[in-house]
Design a protein around this ligand. Structure first.
Ligand code: COA
Length: 374
């Protein structure tokens, strides 16, 4: 038995995979061999979903069929909406997503079928339904009726429409689509690993995605984008950013949106999200959030030599679209479900139970005292 030298399985390779490649020294991220910079420039999120699941870019005809199927599966069962209405209004969007995805399995006609074809159909339904679920909760918790999905819109534009009740501007729809592309997969991150561990017991896609959502929720993973925006809200004005971050660092606080287990340079997704946050901020006439984040970044880089990650600028873009801060992590999930599903498919295609060991450091001969003698 070998013992990992570093905690948290750092640098431990647990499996082979053909889905995603990260070069942490050069700051490169590839999905199925394609650089995310090219995918951001030329692809749509729907095309990237196809790429992740099938391993190659679709032909025009394949893409049309795939997009049509995604658009046709957006609606939620009426009983699921009724279930949302029965939840306490204070339930957080991530709790609702975790509960809703688990409940959707009860309505899925392929729930009991673990074949590749059935898992692909479930992945398609879930990827189509999760944006509707996230947007429906936003409406329900505000005491409003959920907005029905619009088949004429892309996944990104339709989500913004269902969320806000307004058709998004072309820039907002494009920005959101790119944000979805950038979050779609990231190798063996914590939530994907949770999904693969679950899938490796030959459990089903909905269970794997529910487990992944639980892992994504934490502030060291997907929850960081929400915490970045809470920081921006606390700082409020760009003029106060430098003093705030210097104080936070002096108090040894962890600054959300910085650092990464794999990247030793800037996360290659951050530059795209910054550019989009700037463009959207300009369109809305408010660039304060990006100005604050730029100052925080300068100080953190100077003092700690820690680089921005994917979560630093995404929230500023979402906030410009009128999205509530506690919805940022669910947005991460409506994109990452594409990657989780790809990993479940890959795990099932060549499965072996994932069952590591721990090095036991507890006592080995504890004398047992019966209850009455303690
Ligand atoms: N702010 C301040 N210091 C940080 C930091 C941050 N965001 N990220 C790492 N560090 C420091 C740690 O304090 C530690 O310093 P020390 O050795 O003096 O104690 C060192 O860098 C290594 O950090 P560690 O937590 O061991 O690295 P990790 O690989 O386990 O952590 C993260 C990776 C992502 C969990 C970590 O960088 C972090 O907490 N970032 C903020 C949360 C975040 O943005 N998460 C989203 C990731 S995409």
């Amino acid at each position: 038995m070998t013992t990992p030298t570093k905690a948290g399985l750092e640098d431990v390779v647990v499996s082979t995979s053909e889905i995603c490649f990260i070069d942490g020294d050069r700051g490169r991220l590839l999905y199925r061999g394609f650089d995310i910079d090219d995918l951001v420039e030329h692809s749509s999120f729907e095309e990237v979903v196809y790429l992740l699941w099938h391993g190659s870019l679709p032909t025009r005809k394949d893409l049309e069929t795939h997009v049509k199927a995604l658009r046709a599966n957006r609606r939620l069962p009426a009983k699921l909406i009724a279930m949302l209405k029965a939840l306490p209004r204070k339930t957080t969007p991530m709790e609702v997503l975790r509960t809703g995805v688990s409940a959707l399995s009860a309505f899925d006609p392929d729930a009991a079928d673990g074949s590749r074809e059935a898992t692909l159909r479930k992945a398609l339904r879930l990827t189509a339904q999760m944006p509707t679920l996230v947007a429906a909760w936003e409406r329900v918790r505000r005491g409003k009726a959920p907005i029905a999905p619009d088949r004429r819109l892309t996944l990104a534009a339709n989500f913004l429409y269902m969320m806000t009740g307004r058709k998004p501007t072309p820039l907002a729809a494009k920005t959101f689509d790119i944000a979805l592309i950038l979050h779609a997969d990231h190798e063996f991150n914590a939530s994907t690993f949770a999904a693969r561990v679950t899938a490796a017991t030959l459990s089903d896609l909905h269970s794997a995605v529910t487990a992944a959502i639980g892992a994504l929720k934490g502030p060291l993973h997907g929850g960081a984008n929400e915490q970045v925006m809470r920081m921006v809200e606390k700082i409020r004005d760009p003029s106060g950013a430098e003093a705030w971050v210097r104080r936070a660092l002096a108090e040894k606080a962890r600054i959300m949106g910085f650092g990464h287990r794999v990247y030793h340079v800037e996360d290659p997704r951050a530059k795209h999200l910054r550019r989009l946050a700037v463009e959207l901020g300009r369109e809305r006439g408010n660039t304060a959030a990006v100005e604050i984040l730029d100052t925080v970044r300068r100080v953190v880089e100077e003092q700690k030599h820690i680089k921005p990650n994917v979560d630093l600028y995404s929230g500023a873009a979402y906030a410009s679209m009128g999205i509530a801060t506690d919805q940022f992590t669910p947005i991460f999930a409506i994109s990452r479900v594409a990657g989780w599903a790809a990993h479940v498919l890959e795990q099932h295609a060549n499965n072996r139970l994932i069952r590591p060991r721990s090095e036991y450091t507890g006592p080995t001969s504890a004398p047992y005292n019966p209850l009455d003698d303690r």
